[in-house]
Design a binder for this molecule. Structure first.
Ligand SMILES: NC(=O)c1ccc[n+]([C@@H]2O[C@H](COP(=O)([O-])OP(=O)(O)OC[C@H]3O[C@@H](n4cnc5c(N)ncnc54)[C@H](O)[C@@H]3O)[C@@H](O)[C@H]2O)c1
Ligand SMILES: O[C@H]1[C@H](O)[C@@H](O)[C@H](O)[C@@H](O)[C@H]1O
Length: 344
C-alpha cells in the first residue's frame, strides 16, 4: 500500500458524491483513485473534477484494481451483497453505506464469509455512532452517572423521501438507524419488534404507511419507542431521549443557536437534511475508517466502528419489523447466536 490510501468509490449518487467531496477536501491520508457508477457519464463527470481519479466501468473490476487499496460502497442496498463478497475475495477493506444488505440471509452470508477469511474488512455506515451528540450520550450512559437506562424514546423525521420509497423502506432504510442506535447505546440485542401505523399523513404518496411507531424490546426487557415520519415537509429532525434509573438525557434538540427576534418570536435553525445534521459524523466516520485501514495490516482489523455483525443484527430486526408492519403484532427477532460463527 502506498502511504496515501487509494479509495475506489462505487455509486456516486447523493451519498457517494458527498463522500468523494469529503475524501478530496477533508480527509487526511486518503484520496479518491477510482470512481464507478452504473451511469458512466456521472462517474466521468465527477472523476474529471478530482485530480488523480479515473473511471473504472465495471464495479467488480474497480474493486479488484491493483491500484485500489480500499473501497467505499455507496451503491443502492440491493447491490451490496455481490460487491461486499468481491471486496472479501480481493482482500479489500470496505466502508459500506447502510444497509449491509437488504435481507437477513444475505447479511448472514456476508458475516460468515468475513469470519471465514479471519480478517475484519467490513465497516457499515451507521454514522450516528460517530456523531458528537450520540457519542456524548453513550459516554454518559457508560459513566453510570444517570444509572441504568430503562426506556429510550426516539423521533426520526425526514422532510421528504424519493418517490420509490415504500412502507417497508421506512423500516429498512430509516428505522434501521434507530435499530443500530439502540444496540449501540444499550449494548444488547433487540428481541422483539412491533410496528404500529397511525392514520397516514394525507400529504404522503398514496399507500405509504407514514408515520410509523416502532416498539423494541431488548434482551433484558428494556423498552425503546421510535416515531419515524419521512414526509413531514418540514426539516430533518433526529431526537433520542434516554430515561434511566438515576436521571434522563436527550439529544437532537437543535438548540445550537437560539435566536430571539422581533416581533416577539424566537427560534433557531433546523438542518434541512441528513447531510447537514450528520456532516460531522460522516467526516469522523470516514477519517477513523481511513486511519483504521491504514493501520490494519498489523492487526487484521480494518474497521473502526460497526461491522458486518452489526449490519446482520440490524437486518434481522428490520425483517421482524417488516413482518410486524403487515400484522401490527409484536414479532420475535430471529438471529443466530454470535458464538455460533467463530470470528464474527
Ligand atoms: N448513512 C446515511 O445517512 C445515508 C444517507 C443516504 C443514503 N445512504 C445509503 O447510501 C447508499 C446510496 O444511497 P443514495 O441516496 O446516494 O442513492 P442514489 O440513488 O442517489 O445513488 C446511488 C448511485 O449508485 C449507482 N448505481 C446503481 N447500481 C449500481 C451498481 N450496480 N454499481 C455501481 N453503481 C450503481 C446509481 O447510478 C447512483 O448514481 C444506500 O445504501 C443508502 O441507504 C445512507
Ligand atoms: O437513506 C436515508 C438515510 O439513511 C438517512 O440517514 C435517513 O434519515 C433516511 O430516512 C434514509 O432514507
Amino acid at each position: 500500500m502506498t502511504n496515501e490510501l487509494r479509495i475506489a468509490v462505487l455509486g456516486v449518487g447523493m451519498m457517494g458524491a458527498d463522500h468523494v467531496a469529503r475524501i478530496s477536501s477533508k480527509i487526511a491520508g486518503a484520496r479518491v483513485a477510482v470512481v464507478n457508477d452504473y451511469f458512466t457519464e456521472k462517474a466521468e463527470e465527477l472523476a474529471a473534477s478530482i485530480p488523480g481519479a479515473r473511471v473504472v466501468n465495471d464495479p467488480i473490476d474497480a474493486i479488484a484494481d491493483p491500484e485500489v487499496d480500499a473501497v467505499l460502497l455507496a451503491t443502492p442496498g440491493p447491490t451490496h451483497e455481490k460487491q461486499l463478497l468481491a471486496c472479501l475475495e480481493y482482500g479489500k477493506p470496505v466502508m459500506c453505506e447502510k444497509p449491509l444488505t437488504t435481507d437477513v440471509e444475505t447479511s448472514l452470508a456476508v458475516v460468515k464469509a468475513e469470519a471465514e477469511l479471519g480478517k475484519k474488512l467490513i465497516q457499515v455506515g451507521f454514522m450516528r455512532r460517530f456523531d458528537n451528540e450520540y457519542a456524548d450520550l453513550k459516554a454518559l450512559i457508560d459513566s453510570g452517572d444517570i444509572g441504568r437506562p430503562l426506556v429510550v424514546h426516539c423521533a426520526h423525521r425526514n422532510p421528504a423521501v424519493p418517490p420509490h420509497f415504500d412502507s417497508a423502506m421506512i423500516v429498512k432504510d430509516s428505522l434501521v438507524h434507530e435499530v443500530d442506535v439502540t444496540r449501540f447505546l444499550l449494548d444488547e440485542e433487540i428481541t422483539t419488534v412491533q410496528i404500529i401505523t397511525p392514520s397516514a399523513n394525507t400529504n404522503a404518496p398514496a399507500g405509504l404507511k407514514d408515520p410509523q411507531i416502532a416498539i423494541f424490546t431488548t434482551e433484558t426487557g428494556r423498552h425503546v419507542d421510535a416515531e419515524v415520519f419521512v414526509t413531514t415537509g418540514v426539516a430533518y429532525e433526529v431526537r433520542t431521549e434516554v430515561v434511566a434509573e438515576g436521571g434522563s438525557a436527550m439529544i437532537g434538540l437543535d438548540v445550537g443557536l437560539v435566536r430571539k427576534s422581533a416581533p416577539g418570536t424566537w427560534g433557531g435553525t433546523i438542518t434541512p437534511s441528513f447531510k447537514e445534521r450528520f456532516g460531522q459524523a460522516y467526516d469522523t466516520e470516514i477519517q477513523r475508517w481511513v486511519d483504521a485501514v491504514r493501520s490494519g495490516a498489523e492487526t487484521g482489523n480494518y474497521v473502526d466502528g460497526p461491522g458486518a455483525w452489526d449490519g446482520y443484527a440490524a437486518a434481522a430486526v428490520c425483517e421482524a419489523g417488516v413482518k410486524s408492519l403487515e400484522s401490527g403484532a409484536p414479532v420475535a427477532v430471529d438471529m443466530v447466536p454470535r458464538s455460533s460463527i467463530p470470528g464474527a
